[in-house]
Design a binder for this molecule. Structure first.
Ligand code: FDA
Length: 422
């Protein structure tokens, strides 16, 4: 079939692809976004518990993981969180900043705590408003959207690319000058994630770094699971660290292992055969707290006394782990005191893995940034080929950073395409 007149083909109608399309089409030129799903922006729809944590006011390059931590700077500074907030406001979408709460040992929420969780912006009503906003922007700029369409084959030709596309059982060939790969990573295969973008990168000789599941619960072997199982469903404030990286947020104990924001954050840094360390007294000094308990609660057994500073089920487990259960606080020996102090402040746990792409919010790793121009996201060796969003080796923290990367990388790419035509 003869090539159709399309200037820019964007594969993936997710956050990055739709943002890019609205920009690329803004100065004319035929722009088409294709997606194999029946609806655009499926991950936006389910994000943030249906309210989409669309950006973070404290977004900065240090909060992204990449083999080249400098790469994201350019896009993040040219299209910032404040630019996206303005867009949201222009569309009249009501939003709020989530105020992180923590529970004290009695389960009462304590207003805020300074940690890494601040600055997260959510829609008041629904994530669907963000999808509608992007569709409106695309429509206004004149970009087309083809749904339930799959790419069968891509060939490089002098004028750009030839792409075989199948839609509703019909096969057509389009011949765009620019081809933008915005198809995300491997997380949540049942929502349409395929790893397709990495295959396109490899087809054109671009390096792809090792990929792994990020922002994902950690799982443990049977022995640890059995020890932790009485805590399933319990949330506690903690500092969770892995190597030098630490996050102070909630930890959630589950039947399979550990989850909750602090654990999801650390999971993006965790590597196999490494321990994670849990500090159950964030901001507190264990020795001072233990001394206080010995003074006030000396005649009580350790697990009971610890209930003053930890939820009861956690106090029981900590006393067991430290080998001090059923020993009166006043009778603890020096080694027992040291073991208790260590368990409270540096409780080491060895995950055996993560829940994997089935539940991961992101893929860590991706198309090597060394192969891309940071100002435009264009492949250095393949004019007209671009990679944006999660498919690139740039991964944000939990808290709206990944969408901001999608908006920023999509925007700079779309702008540079629009400028070709001006
Ligand atoms: P995205 O995955 O959004 O879009 C890719 C699109 O390409 C999809 O529509 C897919 O169907 C399509 N596609 C894939 N392969 C294709 C092919 N071969 N042919 C055609 N189309 C193809 N982030 C954040 O900042 N705040 C949050 O609140 C959340 N919440 C959240 C919850 C859950 C459950 C998940 C799984 C993830 C999040 N995230 C998040 C992460 C965020 O969703 C993610 O980083 C962005 O959606 C990435 O945007 P992209 O546009 O790069 O990919």
């Amino acid at each position: 079939m003869a090539g159709m007149n399309i200037d820019t083909l964007i594969v993936g109608a997710g956050a990055a692809g739709m943002m890019c399309a609205a920009q690329a089409a803004s100065r004319g030129g035929g722009v088409v976004v294709i997606d194999h799903n029946a609806n655009p922006g499926e991950k936006i729809r389910i994000s943030g518990g249906g309210r989409c944590n669309f950006t973070n006011l404290e977004c900065r390059p240090e909060r992204f993981i990449s083999n080249n931590p400098q790469f994201a700077r350019s896009a993040l500074s040219r299209y910032t969180q404040h630019d996206f907030v303005k867009l949201v406001e222009r569309h009249g979408i009501a939003y709020h900043e989530k105020i992180p709460k923590r529970a004290d040992p009695d389960g009462k929420p304590v207003p805020t705590f300074p940690g890494t969780a601040s600055g997260q912006l959510f829609c008041d009503d629904s994530a669907k408003q963000i999808i509608q906003m992007l569709l409106d922007e695309m429509r206004r700029a004149g970009a087309q959207l083809w749904l339930e369409a799959s790419v069968l084959d891509i060939r490089k030709v002098d004028a750009g690319f030839e792409v075989d596309v199948e839609q509703a059982g019909r096969r057509k060939t389009v011949a765009p000058r620019n081809l933008v790969i915005a198809c995300g990573g491997k997380s949540i295969p049942k929502m349409g994630a395929t790893g397709f973008g990495y295959r396109v990168a490899e087809q054109f000789g671009l390096k792809v770094t090792d990929t792994r599941a990020g922002l994902v619960p950690l799982v443990f072997g049977d022995d640890v699971k059995a020890r932790l199982s009485p805590l399933a469903g319990l949330a506690a404030e903690a500092v969770v660290s892995c190597g030098k990286t630490r996050f102070e947020e909630a930890v959630l104990f589950t039947h399979r292992g550990l989850s909750g924001p602090a654990v999801l954050q650390v999971s993006s840094y965790w590597r196999e055969r490494e321990p994670v360390s849990v500090d159950l007294l964030p901001g507190g000094d264990a020795d001072t707290i233990i001394a206080g308990l010995r003074q006030r609660e000396g005649r009580r057994q350790a697990q009971v006394a610890l209930g003053e500073v930890l939820p009861k089920r956690l106090a029981d487990l900590v006393a067991d782990e430290a080998g001090v259960a059923r020993v009166n606080m006043a009778d603890l020996s020096k080694p027992q005191l040291a073991a208790l102090s260590r368990t409270l402040k540096q409780w080491q746990l060895w995950p055996v893995g993560t829940e994997g792409y089935r539940t991961a919010e992101v893929t860590v790793g991706g198309v090597d940034t060394g192969a891309l121009d940071q100002k435009t996201m264009q492949a250095r060796q393949v004019p007209g080929l671009y990679f944006i969003g999660e498919v690139v080796d740039v991964t944000g923290w939990l808290g709206g950073y990944n969408f901001q990367w999608a908006w920023s990388s999509g925007w700079v790419c779309g702008q540079s395409i629009a400028e070709q035509d001006s």
